[in-house]
Write a protein that binds this ligand. Sequence first.
Ligand code: PRX
Length: 656
Amino acid sequence: MSSIDSVLKENRLFPPSDDFRTKANVSGLEGYNALCDKANSDYEGFWAELARELVSWKKPFTKTLNDSNAPSYKWFEDGELNVSYNCLDRHLEARGNKVAIIFEADDGAVTKVTYRDLYQRVCQFANGLKGLGVTKGDRVVIYMPHGIEAIVAMQATARIGAIHSVVFGGFSAGALRDRISDAQAKIVITANESVRGGKAVPLKSVTDEALGLGGCESIEKVIVYPRTLNKCEHWNEERNIWWSALIKGQPTDCEPEWVDAEHPLFILYTSGSTGKPKGIQHSTGGYLLGTQVTMKWVFDYKENDVFWCTADVGWITGHSYVTYGPLGIGATQVVFEGVPTYPDAGRFWSMIEKHGVTTFYTAPTAIRSLIKLGGDLPKKYDLSSLRLLGTVGEPINPEAWIWYHEVVGGGRCPIVDTWWQTETGANMIAPLPGAVATKPGSCTLPIPGIIADIVDEAGAPVEPGKGGFLVIKKPWPAMVRTIWNDPERFKKTYFPEEFNGKLYLAGDSAHFDENGYIWIMGRIDDVLNVSGHRLGTMEIESALVANPLVAESAVVGKPHEIKGESVVAFVVLKGNRPEGEEAKKIAKELREWVAHEIGKIAQPDEIRFGDNLPKTRSGKIMRRLLRDIAKGQEITQDVSTLENPAILEQLRHSAL
Ligand code: PRX
């Protein structure tokens, strides 16, 4: 723990303007404190009141929290509802003709979908799924391009009480197979291709490959959306069905399946500290509440906002702030298929201008790359519609924050730096923009009702300025319910015995500053954060050692100017250590191998070959040394326990 020390000293304070504060849903620190006091004096009553205000129930709940089987907490367990009803049906009367989605395709084509249109599309597709025999509790894997159809597929699955597991379209056949197999899914919904940055990316052929790898025998049908005019290579008449054939003749109404609040809404796989991704299972009622309350408080949602979260539905941010948060609250939102740099680095700014975006939510990595490609570009566009900016996924460096604030936000928009995780379901620590003054680089204070702390190994709170483990001390409605198929791992990972099974361990280190603001310092486990995406070092290591050439490997992260972190792989081959051109050739092969095993996002940026890895006498790889070598730093720590100290010199000079 002593190595975790506060690294940032940033004291500039940005309070909201009087105008923003006066109009905000939570106004001033008094407003924030009043909510926190309410949560402190009657925790369950606080959440129950919000659940009644923000969620429409078919059958009202009478029990708020059941903690008798902790850490398997249950919220609102005797209540019944449907998430798709909450996102669509309940808006029809007042907002049927309101635009729900402004979709901008990669090539710039714009499609607008009203709440009524979306309702009808979702109902038709839900009826189509039912026609295939999909029923409550069945798992549906969605491997689609980011766009209207992916949202329809998710909403339709939720509508009939089935459980979706969205797999990001950049994952490889192997990763897709693992997720299908673990979830024992019945259906895959995919597209022939996706289009990003002017290039087509295959999806259907990757799905075929995944199904061919074995372990996917549970799959009965593959539904294919024709995103482009290109034909599918293979077409299995038995297994494949076109999207249009599925919905043909289906009614545009579909009674929602009313489910218990604890019924699983979705599984989303994320990386942890073993080679096997975890199927994070979320609930229906508590999860929906988390998205709604944060739309209201953190994004300060107003009826005529145009909300834009740039995340892909393949990640939790796309679930909570594209598919469920904005639709649940009845917002108009922009959904963008492409990438921020195509056709040029002005794409985001031109879209903000074109669609009159008021609330813009993106990742620090995107901000950093856009600064690099055109720090002055935003000035060419009229960004005056913006009133609130947000960031998510990784710490933002103060320079990028200031640029975002000045150049994009014109100095007038608060920035909500939102800390949360796949497991937390919704924003947890973030400034309420009309209440909490921001500091560049800090996610500031927990939202009301979230009881966060920073503790040492013994679970005791640490003093300001000292690093420690970020924990959440009370269960909250949107929290992960379990790891699919692995309840033991759920307990061990998130509610470890070291803290008596009582504290939720986020896996991040953090520190408080003298004002009680929280600063996230990074992961404490073997999870990397590359461009805001979570990657397990063990996953990449397992992929590498699955290559016939590789005997052993260790993967570590190293700071990267744009991506936040980059992947460095130390590799020992079965044969001799390669040098020169041969080493370059094998490194290239291994990079392609990892892209094929997991996906391009996991490709090592740097590969270093060695005769061995630095190990203790008991055979443990000394990763901290590898991190120092990757960073090019002097090794100051004691290496006397090292079995083979000479290896350090070799690895130091082996960067490729
Ligand atoms: O390390 C934290 C970092 O991202 C991790 C969660 O990753 P994931 O489950 O993929 O969800 C990302 C989107 C919610 C966290 O454990 N992280 C997320 N948001 C922030 C952050 N680190 C610093 N500041 C943030 N705002």
